[in-house]
Design a protein. Structure first.
Lengths: 289, 369
């Protein structure tokens, strides 16, 4: 037997199965008459006592043969009498009215809380009360820690009276920024960020440099405005560098990105832009979610 | 479409040189290597569970006798820890730009070899060649199962759940939707990736990991084109379907749904006018439709009507195209084809490129009936 024959054999013996729900109309011996769409059909019953008309039942199709396997949903066994009468009374269960027989000896009174035996469709009688046990509080899922969530910059640039190339510089007359469109907010929504790092592909460092936040989602037309500046000491301007702890949550809640600046114009540091180093300006987050 | 400068688009339409190299990541840390990548290929198919796969040979010239051949779980390129970022460098004259093709998981190392030479009386590694097979980062999620069946802690947002179950960045490319209340994720092999695709279904698309390592949803509808494919001297359209297929043109849709109490809801939509009317010469062609997302009769009618409109509105067909390599085109991009007998706009559903100058893509194009 070749593999193809085996596969064909398995496929031929695979049963076709589907299921749907229908409304129970009545029982005729071992058949259940159910209504599906605009039609009424008679389908064999699996071994269970048929319920009251109007109940939703489960119809399973196996290799083209249907079978009513049971009620599709559990009905509430407790209802309230909303209409009296004899031999049947109206009982409302979960906002739906049913007209049911009663156990002998029970006289329905409006507003009675009663129990119902759904296998026979009979009101069993009034109850004096129902236990409503206190459900223990399900504890909220504990926040899960995450780390190493990397979001890359969309674009970068340097500004000196206008935008020049993609390498961010922090120098006498240049400011540099990285922008992220909505990537940071999309990635961080719902998280509590405890640690934020930035990847800086250093090309040259000299003098003072500062790093800060800006609120541009893409490269603006004019000068960038970089705030919340902190010092970026010599020797800490390359590779993954830690940023202030509060910046992660700020970037989660606000549109913005990271910028570099030379305070007092007394520095000259350059980094590769996103067109040369794809990890340039990438931010790495740790926290809980 | 991958990020780029405006100049790169001009360069790509002219003559340029290409070079492919890889960065090696262990976790989110990038190692100090920029390794040549030879005989490479990259294949994408929007229909498969892990959309992108690739292969190639990493070539490294040792500077201090080091070897890149993986030994068990150790070694720079060990499939037990390495992720590779494929980067294509485009240069033309003074212009240089690097385009990241994406981050991949090293799935296997079919072959690895060190070359040695006698240096000062000692046998020393002078070069390594390591052949690797790569898979998109979706493979991480495919391998990671749910321990036990699990339902979302909140049914408000598909994106929130996507972030929770993947623990990866997510880019919100289509409007958010609530999750149906009966959703339970199954604990089985590949269950987490199936959960991701279920969420993508609810959002109306396919989930893929893009070139920056974030999940995004490629919508089912063809939107505005973001890129242009040019047919040059060598580029050509290989195959365009002109066939007319009626097997998927339904003019009657029967919807079978349930409300929250599992009561059946049935809805029917049919075409009553035009060439495809149900009592016309085309005859009846019935389609059955069921969905857990529908639980009111209004929703049911809307759902069957939209299935009917989709079925009779247009036919989808795939156009196979061979064109010049354009590293900016990603799986799922809507692109416009120019330079052929008629203009075409479609979504990139398969893509394959390699060391050669041409690449193959197929576009899924809608054609009005």
């Amino acid at each position: 037997m070749t593999l193809a024959d085996k596969v064909a054999d398995i496929a031929a013996r695979m049963p076709s199965v589907s299921s749907q729900t229908a409304v129970f109309v009545r029982r005729e011996g071992t058949q259940a008459v159910v209504s599906i769409g605009t039609n009424t059909v008679s389908i064999p019953l699996a071994g269970w006592s048929p319920p009251v008309p109007g109940m939703v039942v489960q119809v399973e199709w196996r290799n083209g043969r249907p079978l009513v396997t049971g009620p599709a949903a559990t009905l509430n066994e407790v209802g309230v009498i909303t209409g009296t009468g004899s031999p049947r009374a109206t009982v409302t269960v979960d906002d739906e009215e049913y007209l049911l027989y009663m156990r002998a000896g029970y006289t329905p009174t409006l507003g009675d809380t009663v129990t119902i035996d759904w296998t026979k469709g009979i009101i069993e009688g009034a109850v004096t009360g129902l236990d409503d046990p206190d459900h223990p509080d399900t504890p909220a899922p504990a926040p899960k820690a995450f780390s190493g969530l990397v979001v890359r910059a969309v674009d970068s640039g340097r500004y000196q009276t206008s935008w020049w190339g993609k390498d961010p510089w922090a120098s006498t007359s240049n400011d540099g920024i990285w922008v992220y469109l909505s990537r940071l907010r999309d990635a961080l929504k719902g998280a509590n960020v405890t640690r934020t790092e930035i990847f800086l592909p250093l090309q040259q460092e000299l003098g003072l440099a500062q790093i800060g936040l800006h609120s541009h989602s893409s490269i603006p037309a004019g000068a960038p405005s970089i705030g919340s500046l902190v010092d970026l000491p010599l020797g800490q301007r390359s590779g993954w560098q830690l940023l202030p702890a509060s910046w992660g949550n700020w970037l989660r809640d606000n549109t913005g990105g990271i910028g570099v600046h030379a305070p007092g114009g007394s520095g000259f540091s350059k980094w590769a832009g996103v067109n040369i180093d794809s990890l340039s300006g990438a931010l790495r987050f740790s926290g809980t979610r | 479409m991958r990020q780029h400068s405006p100049q790169l688009l001009e360069v790509l339409s002219g003559s340029f040189t290409r070079r492919l190299f890889v960065y090696v990541f262990h976790g989110s840390d990038r190692l100090d290597y920029e390794l040549a990548f030879e005989s490479w290929s990259l294949d994408g198919d929007l229909g498969s569970a892990v959309a992108l796969s690739g292969s190639g040979t990493v070539v490294h010239q040792s500077t201090a006798g080091e070897s890149l051949t993986p030994v068990g779980t150790k070694g720079v390129l060990s499939p037990f820890r390495a992720r590779l970022e494929l980067v294509m460098e485009i240069s033309a004259g003074q212009f240089v730009e690097r385009v990241s093709l994406g981050i991949f998981r090293v799935e296997s190392v079919p072959e690895a070899r060190d070359f040695t030479a006698d240096v000062n009386g000692q046998e020393t590694v002078i070069a390594s060649r390591v052949t690797v097979k790569l898979l998109s980062l979706a493979e991480d999620i495919r391998r990671w199962g749910f321990r036990f069946p699990e339902s979302p802690p909140s049914f408000v947002s598909c994106y929130e759940e996507l972030r929770r179950i993947t623990e990866m960045p997510v880019e919100e490319t289509v409007p958010d939707q609530p999750i149906p209340a009966s959703t339970v994720w199954e604990a089985k092999q590949g269950g987490r990736l199936e959960a991701v695709q279920t969420l993508a279904d609810i959002l109306g698309g396919v989930a893929v990991v893009n070139s920056v390592g974030a999940w995004e949803i490629v919508p089912d509808e063809v939107g505005e084109p973001v890129a242009t494919i040019r047919l040059g001297v060598q580029g050509t359209v290989l195959d365009v379907g002109n066939d007319i297929e009626t097997d998927t043109v339904y003019n009657e849709v029967v919807g079978i749904f349930e409300d929250e109490k599992r009561r059946p809801i049935h809805a029917v939509a049919e075409v009553t006018t035009g060439d495809l009317r149900v009592d016309g010469p085309y005859g009846r062609h019935t389609r059955y439709y069921a969905s857990d997302l529908v639980n009111t009769s209004t929703q049911a009618q809307t759902a069957v009507q939209s299935i009917l409109d989709l079925s009779i509105g247009s036919q989808m067909y795939d156009v196979a195209i061979q064109c010049h390599v354009n590293p900016l085109i990603e799986l799922g991009d809507v692109v416009e084809l120019v330079g052929w007998t008629r203009p075409l706009v479609g979504r990139v559903v398969t893509l394959s490129m390699d060391s050669g100058a041409l690449m193959n893509v197929s576009l899924r194009v809608h054609r009005d009936l």
